[in-house]
Design a protein around this ligand. Structure first.
Ligand code: ATP
Ligand code: MG
Ligand code: MG
Ligand code: MG
Length: 477
């Protein structure tokens, strides 16, 4: 099945089960001080769960574009290095607002995966909430019993509060969840280690694909739980991961979701994908980041020097630096991927194709200006004289902070001159900046810094700071 067919099969399946298919909400969230970007399918339905908006359709399904680069969900560091966390990804979801509950949700997810998508049953593991005595939460026996109809007991695993209990916030709707994981290892690998021990263990071939949340409680201000009169289902399945499983690949980037872009990058750089881990990571980062950047711009957020605009600028620079450093793209290049993407998402998220030229132009302008800074930094470096053949930590920090130099690039250039870099000094300068920024905001007691109290969209998430001071960890490469 192609990615397109896989997505369509999901929507058709739930349509047949009387779900109303809705459009994805924009990735950029306006007027919600608690959220900068959509990070889950349920975001657009928050008011329904809170009972603050009328329920028009009790059953809904969609594919939602999500971004996980800030706040509670920040996967940026993993992206490109692992092969299943993206900055932007599609979350396929089905919802019940006070309508069906655990039984139908579990029956249907099993039916879809094993009968429509035909994933071999023995590859699947499911988890259920094991309970939490301290919190007064009971084990989700109901979910366990429902799974037992289909799944061998050795493939039904208990999960703790962190993995298997979902809460919207300190108060509000919450409940146990049940996840589905797929063991994509080869038979030889399977013979070595029991798959059950690898679930939720960050194994690259035993991956979580679907989360089914059962909202059955309301957490009150005093921390106690009240049973919800109307119970809800909220599910989210990672589309790119599903495609990888169905196309029997070992990496999301080997599927037809990413291959057209990867191949284009490979061709233009003259470097084959799959030959060297460093250049592979660079290609994955570029293919991943351009999706996030393009959709954020198409959804109305331009790169800028603050808040959401800054987050996206950093992502773009991160991609440019990878391209420049590892694939030798010295001229603007990322923007050329926009038309490919727009074409790929035609009929799914038409926001991109309708603004393709605009998005491409914005990306190009950003690339031009950043590449200029990058080369100014290189000139600055050329004028620098290291004493004792060691580049001072403070200078390496200045290069990264002012000119956006990854430390690896500094190290590489230093090596060419027969110098080394005082990495400890660099780390220290980096830490000092982080501490200073933290100290500067420690005065605020809450999670939010109110920049402009008259305009909610001016609220700044506390995680902004993390991203501002985030220096790409090239050494991981
Ligand atoms: P993981 O444990 O792999 O980080 P998660 O538990 O944070 O995933 P959920 O919040 O449960 O993810 O989201 C529902 C589904 O969305 C996951 O089961 C997964 O398939 C997918 N997903 C989550 N984060 C990402 C990501 N960064 N890139 C791609 N897919 C993702
Ligand atoms: Mg996660
Ligand atoms: Mg998880
Ligand atoms: Mg999960």
């Amino acid at each position: 099945m192609t990615a397109q067919e896989i997505r369509q099969a999901f929507l058709d399946f739930f349509k047949e089960k009387q779900h109303h298919i809705v459009s994805s909400a924009p990735i950029v969230v306006k007027n919600d001080p608690t959220l900068m970007f959509t990070n889950a399918g349920m975001n657009q339905f928050k008011d329904l769960f809170l009972g603050e908006a009328p329920i028009k359709y009790p059953r809904v399904a969609d594919t939602q574009r999500c971004l996980r680069v800030s706040g509670k969900h920040n996967d940026l560091e993993e992206v490109g290095i692992d092969t299943y966390h993206h900055t932007m990804f599609e979350m396929l979801g089905n919802w019940s607002f006070g309508d069906y509950f655990k039984k139908d949700a579990i029956d249907w997810s099993w039916e879809l995966l094993t009968e429509v998508y035909k994933i071999p049953k023995e590859k699947l593991y499911v988890t259920y909430f094991e309970g939490d005595e301290k919190e007064g939460l009971e084990k989700d026996q109901e979910a366990y019993d429902l799974w037992k109809q289909y799944v061998d007991e050795s493939h039904i695993l208990p999960g703790n509060k962190k993995d298997n209990f979902w809460e919207m916030g300190d108060t509000g709707p919450c409940g146990p969840c049940s996840e589905i994981h797929v063991d994509c290892r080869t038979d030889e690998e399977k013979a070595l280690v029991d798959g059950a021990t690898l679930v939720n263990a960050d194994h690259p071939q035993v991956i979580e694909i679907w989360n089914n949340v059962f909202m059955q409680f309301n957490r009150l201000k005093d921390g106690s739980l009240q049973s919800l009169p109307a119970k809800h289902v909220d599910t989210g399945m990672g589309f790119e991961r599903l495609v990888r499983v169905l196309q029997e690949k070992t990496s999301n980037y080997d599927t037809d979701v990413f291959q057209p872009m990867i191949q284009f990058i490979a061709e233009k750089s003259g470097i084959e994908y799959g030959t060297d881990e460093k250049t592979d990571i660079a290609m994955r980062v570029m293919a991943d980041h351009i999706r996030a950047i393009s959709f954020v711009i198409a959804d109305g957020q331009l790169p800028s020097n603050n808040k959401a605009g800054y987050v996206i600028r950093r992502i773009l620079r991160r991609a440019v630096r990878y391209a420049y450093t590892f694939l030798n793209f010295k001229e603007p290049f990322l923007n050329q991927l926009v038309p490919l993407l727009a074409e790929q998402f035609k009929g799914v998220f038409d926001e991109l194709i309708s603004q393709q030229d605009f998005v491409q132009k914005v990306v190009l302008e950003e690339e031009v200006s950043f590449l200029r800074t990058l080369s100014t930094g290189i000139q600055r470096f050329e004028k620098y004289q290291a004493s004792d053949n060691v580049v001072e930590g403070n200078f390496a920090f200045e290069l990264s902070d002012t000119f956006g130099f990854p430390i690896d690039l500094t190290e590489l250039m230093a090596r060419e001159k027969g110098w080394s870099v005082d990495l400890a000094g660099y780390e220290q300068a980096l830490k000092k900046q982080k501490d200073d920024s933290r100290a500067a905001t420690a005065i605020d007691t809450g999670d939010w810094i109110i920049v402009n109290a008259d305009d909610q969209s001016e609220f700044v998430g506390y995680d902004d700071l993390e991203i501002e001071t985030e220096i790409v960890k090239y050494r991981q490469v």
